[in-house]
Each structure stands twice: as structure tokens, then as C-alpha cells.
Write a protein that binds this ligand. Structure first.
Ligand code: SF4
Length: 269
């Protein structure tokens, strides 16, 4: 099985939570904030990655079990065998595994296979509703992603994310997505999260940062259709914590270093 390139693992300072970053991506989003879009870091087998995670977790949290592990990227679904094997191994270390994905490759059989080995939650990105706009922004149609979100509904806990990009993915697009999700979400189970575009991190100068009132307006629009609308900050899971947040970066050689949001990029080796 081919290895995946791992730039780092991240640990939360607030609870026993880890993010595994699998670098490389099948999309070319014009506003991508991720430092893991291109393969970078060290090539690692699943066994090496699990050993690194165990080392990091026991060094930082001691004997306490990990409460949650989120697999993110880049795009984690690129190598199916690798991801299924990783998910199965993670399931031995934690009760809650989450997959953060652009959703393009995650069709029903692939999702079922991951659920069988322990996947509990999927965070889908739906970057735009209009197919041509989506193609312009990512290089791919969104029809498969929409079909994959439909197929996943009811099988697994689900979060859907959209980045608010002023003048590009703004209220009209977000309203279309909210309407689609509301039609699907008969039980009110989906969290829909609106994230902010960050012009300073964008590889292309496509837009400015959104104003707060624009995000609030989009949130109010979504809340008309959906019970679970959320304005995403850097990490929705830690949004209610008032204290200054930080994370621990774990490098492939096993060293740990504290970082904040401000020095996220500078921690990359
Ligand atoms: S899917 Fe995510 S990691 Fe890939 S190019 Fe788009 S924003 Fe970047």
C-alpha cells in the first residue's frame, strides 16, 4: 500500500482530541487555506502513523484515552485502502472518529466500508451550489458531492461546511445550499457551518475578507431553513471556549511544539 505524506498531527490543549493531516488533494481551490494541499511532510505507512499518534497522545495526555480523532487534509479520501486501514486502527484508540473531506470520492460503497470499520462522523465541504461556479473554484463539478451527501444522510453524523467568499460564495449560494440541506434533513440532524474566507491565506487574490455583518446575515438566512446553523471560527468544536486557545503540533520525527492560530504556517517544516 502506498504511504501518505504526513506534515504533522495536531493535539488539542483542551481535551483529548487529535487531528491527523493527510496531505495532497484532488481539488485546486482558488482560495485554499490549507498548507497540506500539496504532498508534504514524511511518507508514512498506517502503522507508522498510528505509532506516532500513540507516542504523541501518551506524551501529552498520559494514560488517558483519546476522546476523538479527526482525519483531515489535504484530502483524506485519495487512497481508499489506506484510509480504511487507518480508520480501523483508530477505532481501537478512540470511540469517535471523524472524516473531514471535500466529499468528491466518498461515494456510498466507500462510506459504508468506513462505517463498518468505525467511522462515526463526516464533515463535508460543499463549496458552492452553482455547478459552474464550483467548477471554476475547485476544478470539479459538485454533482457527485451533492449525491454523496444525500447518500450519507442518516448513516453517520454529518456536518456540512461552506466558506463565505464575498461576491463569489455569498448569500445566494449559501441560501441554495441551506435549502438543499433543509429538504434532506428531515430530522434536523445536520450542522451547517459557515466559515470565513481568509484573503491573507488565499493563493489567488479572488476576494477580500467578509465583514462581520455579512457573516451574520448569511447565518440569519441559514437559520430560517435549518435548526443547526453555526458560524465557524477556526474550529467549531472549540468555539465556546473563552480562554486563549492553542494546539500542539506533532512532527513526523515525534517532536511536539505548541502553536497558536497565528503561527500555524510557521510551524511547518
Ligand atoms: S479541497 Fe480543501 S485542501 Fe483541497 S484544494 Fe480545496 S480547500 Fe484546499
Amino acid at each position: 500500500m502506498n504511504p501518505r505524506y504526513i506534515p504533522f498531527i495536531t493535539l488539542s490543549e483542551l481535551k483529548q482530541r487529535a487531528w491527523i493531516t493527510l496531505s495532497g488533494c484532488n481539488f485546486r481551490c482558488r482560495g485554499c487555506f490549507s498548507i497540506a494541499r500539496e504532498p508534504r511532510g514524511a511518507p508514512m505507512s498506517v502503522e507508522q502513523l498510528i505509532a506516532l499518534l500513540k507516542h504523541a497522545s501518551s506524551t501529552y495526555y498520559g494514560d488517558t484515552q483519546l476522546q476523538e480523532v479527526i482525519i483531515t487534509g489535504g484530502e483524506p479520501t485519495l487512497n481508499r485502502d489506506y484510509l480504511v486501514h487507518l480508520m480501523a486502527e483508530l477505532n481501537k484508540l478512540t470511540d469517535w472518529t471523524v472524516l473531514d473531506t471535500n466529499g468528491y470520492l466518498l461515494d456510498e460503497p466507500y462510506l459504508n466500508e468506513l462505517i463498518e470499520v468505525g467511522l462515526k462522523e463526516v464533515m463535508f465541504d460543499l463549496k458552492a451550489w452553482d455547478e459552474e461556479l464550483h467548477r471554476w473554484y475547485t476544478g470539479h463539478s459538485n454533482r457527485r458531492i451533492i449525491a454523496n451527501i444525500r447518500a450519507a444522510y442518516g448513516k453517520v453524523r454529518m456536518v456540512v461546511n461552506t466558506v463565505y467568499i464575498p461576491g463569489i460564495v455569498a448569500e445566494p449560494e449559501i441560501e441554495q445550499i441551506a435549502m438543499f440541506l433543509a429538504r434532506l434533513d428531515v430530522n434536523g440532524e445536520i450542522d451547517y457551518r459557515i466559515n470565513r474566507f481568509r484573503a491573507e491565506l488565499s493563493p489567488e487574490p479572488i476576494a477580500r475578507n467578509p465583514y462581520d455583518y455579512e457573516i451574520e446575515r448569511a447565518y440569519a438566512l441559514v437559520a430560517k431553513y435549518m435548526r443547526n446553523a453555526v458560524i465557524g471560527k477556526s474550529c467549531v468544536r472549540e468555539r465556546n471556549i473563552a480562554e486563549k486557545r492553542g494546539w500542539i503540533t506533532v512532527f513526523p520525527d515525534g517532536t511536539l511544539k505548541r502553536r497558536t492560530l497565528d503561527d500555524y504556517r510557521s510551524t511547518l517544516r
